[in-house]
Ligand binder design. Structure first.
Ligand code: UDP
Length: 359
């Protein structure tokens, strides 16, 4: 079975790392061999946003590396088509980025079945490009691997009935494996001169946040009121927005805000594990906060990960200064456990189901 994995953005490298690892483990034990090759669209290209994950998480080197960082979905699709047309029996896609949709459109054009990992997630915010990407990818997919029961129900509501599998969250598999590694190898706390449980960790990168300078300003104003240092590994998109505005640059200079470069996945797991609280607009980081049993404040109006809200581990506050500050003042550590993310074996389950369906 020849699979081409199409990836292009940071969260996809992380998910692909753990699934590639499961593929290698499967190949070592089975007569059914999966030949996986990677196509990197080039959507993310900085060392800190791309190559560091390949190096640290042992993702196989891409066979094809396109330079599609500034391209439209259609341009990416056109670059992908001639490659997969010759070399793939299946296309493996992750999540909801433009690379995901470009891969889905290319696979449909070449009549190659699509495996979608992290299928069925919905924010119900039609303004988000990611929401459009997910819906269009799910429609075209043959095997849909869902991380939650809510995701399964979302697909069923959209009339998708075949090929749906609830397997748990591959990001939980990745977090378990690499947090264990981080506990032995990461020196990020000493490099940043941090004391465990004496700092907050934040990320800001989503287009809905960064496209509005006032939202970024509101968030930075809230950060400045926090009674702890805030570590902010800054996404290149947000860095550009802050640098382009004098007001934002001044706000970002508050004494307790420490802007650093994006960090490696292993260091990120260790920063999350030791934080008092995580503030974010990231999908993945919200869940990772729960994986580390750290309360999360999500600076968005809605989330795809509704179980984190229902159990009290996560609070939605939008980009509202006062709401962010009062969510921090009212932080609590719930006792409820979320079982649906699984037991760290979602990737192994996916490979097993794939082999049953492919032969
Ligand atoms: N991440 C990382 N280094 C950083 C910031 C985030 O490794 O400096 C990881 C984080 O642990 C999570 C993933 O990137 O696994 C989330 O990606 P991102 O926030 O870019 O995208 P989203 O999850 O919102 O799609």
């Amino acid at each position: 079975m020849r699979i081409i994995t199409i990836i292009g953005a940071r969260p996809q490298f992380i998910k692909a790392a753990i699934v590639s690892y499961a593929i290698r483990q499967h190949n070592a034990q089975s007569s059914i061999q999966i030949e996986e090759r990677i196509l990197h669209t080039g959507q993310h290209y900085d060392y800190n946003m791309s190559q560091v994950f390949f190096d640290q998480m042992q993702i196989p080197a891409p066979t094809w590396h396109l330079a599609c960082n500034d391209q439209t979905v259609e341009q990416m699709r056109d670059a992908i088509v001639p490659i997969i047309d010759q070399h793939a029996d299946y296309i493996l896609l992750y999540g909801d980025t433009n690379s995901t949709l470009a891969g889905a459109l290319a696979a449909t054009q070449c009549n190659i079945p699509i495996i979608h990992i992290e299928a069925g997630l919905r924010s119900f915010n039609p303004q988000m490009a990611e929401e459009h990407n997910r819906i269009e990818t799910d429609k075209r997919s043959t095997l849909l691997f869902c991380p939650t029961y809510t995701a399964v129900a979302n697909l069923q509501r959209e009339g998708i009935t075949k090929g749906i599998y609830m397997v748990g969250d591959v990001m939980y598999d990745a977090s378990l494996l690499f947090t264990e590694q981080a506990s032995k190898t990461s020196d990020i706390l000493s490099r940043l001169n941090l004391t465990p449980r004496q700092y907050l960790l934040a990320t800001i990168h989503r287009a809905e946040t960064t496209c509005d300078a006032e939202k970024v300003a509101n968030i930075l104003r809230a950060f400045a009121q926090m009674p702890y240092p805030i570590i902010l590994p800054l996404h290149p998109r947000t860095r550009k927005v802050v640098a382009a505005s004098e007001v934002l640059t001044d706000l970002a200079h508050a004494d307790n805000i420490h802007i650093i470069e994006s960090v490696s996945y292993v260091d990120m797991q260790w920063l999350e594990e030791q934080a008092i609280c995580i503030l974010t607009d990231s999908g993945g980081v919200q869940k990772e906060a729960y994986f580390h049993r750290v309360p999360c404040i999500t600076m968005r109006e809605e989330t795809e990960w509704v179980e984190t809200i229902e159990t009290g581990w996560n609070t939605l506050v939008g980009a509202d200064t006062q709401k962010i500050v009062s969510a921090f003042q009212n932080l609590s550590i719930p006792s409820t456990i979320i079982t649906e993310y699984g037991d760290g074996k979602a990737s192994t389950k996916i490979i097993k189901i794939l082999c049953q369906n492919a032969y």
